[in-house]
Design a protein around this ligand. Structure first.
Ligand SMILES: [Zn+2]
Ligand SMILES: [Zn+2]
Length: 160
């Protein structure tokens, strides 16, 4: 039989304890996570309570505040892993009574699944007020990080 390892925070399964320990350290459900992306981009990682507080109700303004808290001024739109972590770890909040999508079971299910239950946070939906696409933002973030590294290397005379 093969040993299987589970992340204590999100339940992800893996076959190697080494990789699972690495994952757990940075897992976006871990309240004490150490962010590898912030490290890579030389951003000062903010504590989870600060990020969660910034997101507030998860509306468009909350997402902008979260981007700032997650380093938006230094690198593009902020660290995508820290933003995702804040979304996943935010407490569930019931939508206000006048919110028109209140009765859409699909939206409600999506939000509950990600541990986030907000009036306008539109997970994975184009054009939502607080739309956040982790894969796309990760790509943009890495492009900026790599460009910045190349620029610094030029300044340091790495290329002669
Ligand atoms: Zn995990
Ligand atoms: Zn980060």
């Amino acid at each position: 039989m093969r040993w299987r390892y589970y992340c204590d925070f999100c339940g992800k399964v893996g076959g190697s304890s080494y990789h699972m320990l690495n994952h757990e350290r940075a897992c976006t459900k871990n309240p004490d996570r150490v962010c590898g992306l912030c490290d890579l981009a030389e951003l000062r990682q903010q504590p989870m309570p600060v990020l969660i507080e910034a997101l507030g109700y998860g509306d468009a303004e909350g997402l902008e505040r979260l981007r700032d808290a997650a380093g938006a001024n230094e690198v593009g739109k902020g660290c995508p892993a820290c933003i995702l972590a804040a979304i996943r770890q935010s407490p569930k909040r019931p939508a206000p009574e006048d919110y028109e999508d209140q009765s859409d079971p699909e939206i409600i299910r999506e939000k509950i699944e990600f541990g986030y239950y907000s009036p306008v946070f539109d997970w994975d939906r184009e054009g939502g007020a607080g739309h956040f696409d982790y894969q796309a933002e990760f790509k943009d973030f890495m492009a900026i990080v790599n460009a910045e590294r190349t620029r610094r290397d030029w300044e340091r005379g790495v290329y002669g």
